[in-house]
Design a protein around this ligand. Sequence first.
Ligand SMILES: [Zn+2]
Length: 74
Amino acid sequence: MVLKVKCPVCGREVRWTDEFPYRPFCSRRCRLIDFGGWADGSNVISESLTKDEENSTADDMIPGGTIQRPRANA
Ligand SMILES: [Zn+2]
């Protein structure tokens, strides 16, 4: 019997064997995300995010909110 866990990042099933060298993460990318990839690996992890999440995060980082953006006024 093989122990199975779920990837803490994406929820994929991961078998606790050498088949998954990055366990409990399903892949190297998921491990990087959990290890702080949010700070310096945004380009890598953005592939696994939905567009909605990506956009909302970007908007939150703009001082003053999105309504004040020049593009919206034009
Ligand atoms: Zn994963």
